[in-house]
Design a protein around this ligand. Sequence first.
Ligand code: NAP
Length: 628
Amino acid sequence: MIIVMGVSGTGKTTVGQLLAIALAIPFYDADDFHPESNIKKLSGGEPLTDQDRQPWLETLGEKIKIWEAKGGAVLACSALKEKYRSTLSTIPHEKLTIIHLSGSFDLISSRLALRRDHFLDPSILKSQFNDLERPNNAIEVSIDQTPENILQEILIKMSSKTEFGIIGMGVMGQNLAINMANNKVKLSVFNRHVADKEEGVAKDFVAKHPALNIQGFDDLPEFVDSMAPPRNILLMVQAGAAVDAIIAELTPLLGPDDLIIDGGNSNYLDTNRRDQALAMHDINFIGTGISGGEEGARKGPSIMPGGSKTAYNRIAPFLENIAAKDANGKACCTYVGPEGSGHFIKMVHNGIEYAEMQLLAEVYELMRNGLGMQPEEIAKTLEHWKTKGLDSYLLEITINILRKEENGELLLDKILDVASQKGTGGWSTEAAIRLGSPLNTIADAVMARNISAQKETRIAANGLYGQIKQPIAQDRESFISALMEGYSAARIVNHAVGFDMMKEASNQYNWDLDFSEISRIWTNGCIIRSELMSAMVNFFKDTDQLLFHPAVVKSLSEQQANLAQIVGRAVTSGYPVPVFSSAMNFFLGYVNGQSSANMLQAQRDYFGAHTYKRVDKPLTESFHTEWV
Ligand code: NAP
């Protein structure tokens, strides 16, 4: 016996009828059993009281006993409160399945507005949402999908098969599994078996979280078999060879329409290659960036899927449910574009992140060593910056780091000043060279890490050249104020650099990227969420070049002199500020209508007969000069 419940407008009748046909049992609509007095009230837009409902629910409870004895039925009934459901539960609980169709108020009210065939006044919806007590023991299904897909999800959830699989129970895999299971997804998880090293990892994880009802495997065919086709399998393993190895093992086990989602930080070129290779086996492939680290994975990451649009539509409810939500409650997950576009934008996201982190490190160095400020003073100053439009997750964690003590001393002072770079940061720089895109701030942030890694050389060179760093001799307050303006300018430039490269990739690869949507899914859940990113959602509705937006032109015009001032002061006082100066140089190069590249072209033609174009002749013509 099945009850399909939910507020008015969730499609209980449509879905209930489809379910009854699929299970070959009768369908009943609880509304057909209302006494005349209730129908009159409802038609007049008057909500029913619990007293009105009681005899109706009791009648239904009696019917349920009869229907169950005859072989079962599907009953569509709102059953919003626990006590209503308890009146309906006249048969043993293992014989009764409750399916809760759930959706947002906005979605349901927009659907109700289109309905004219029902006696229930849509104005009652608000009171229904207030009354709704979400059942603990029900199968919950989102209505933000077609009735056919809702039916499919219900049938999977009623069977012992699962609807989603995750491979790789590392940090990200485990936290995403918890997030999905908390969102009522029926899940299988797998981790490889490595004798004496990695044994029973998935089963141990499942045993640690019994309430989540997840199935754990270390045998790949059993894992695949536990899922209902078409299967959706998320890989959360190390990028590179591990992804190829697991895809090679999975491919012969999968059928047409099955889907592999690579959620690791894979190189977009690998994703392009895998997309083509899997298409030959009729297996769908999605490469998705997932940002937010461990906490994001568990509570709501930003998700950037690229690849097959049809496959995305199928798994959108899963991904959008677990994603972070933006300021309007919309999921920080959107279809990015074909092929490796999802992994490409994740790579750029991480590149922007590298430079944002480096800028804050440079601010810290100038304040701590240049101005001699104490960590708490710096934290307070940065807290003030948060109120000046500069709020961001990275600024927030920097403030917390400046206050973290160990045994009464600042922990930061105990941390070795060596940062490595691997994967996405370096790949962004390689991509910039491949695409012919200027990526100044991001490339310089990568190089700053490379220099930091040469600790021994730095110490030796410091011994040779002596102490170059000097106190920044200037009025402290005015320097801090210029630093704030310069920081704001450098951040805008850094974001422009990253988004300009995405624009170039979109043009060259025909990806049709939507920069407003990309900014939107980066407003929450991810590491580079910030007030600036939220503003960019609107900027990119007006232009696809950030530095051309009138609001940006105004800010940068006002701030660029401060950026120049602090770069000048920092460098002449002996402090390296690679990303501040890179932002300055990018900006000056970007606004330079007449560059010095005419000299480069002359030199190239001089020694290599490379030819040049002339400003006084059509650009279709090339010229060569015998220089001597
Ligand atoms: P992790 O904790 O090191 O876990 C890696 C997982 O990959 C483990 O389950 C590991 O299994 C499995 N694995 C490694 N080599 C394998 C192979 N050859 N075959 C099968 N499985 C293999 O890594 P993570 O932090 O969860 O990261 C996973 C992916 O997400 C990476 O691409 C990472 O860049 C990306 N990512 C991470 C973060 C983050 O903050 N951590 C954020 C965004 C994206 P064993 O346990 O058996 O070794």
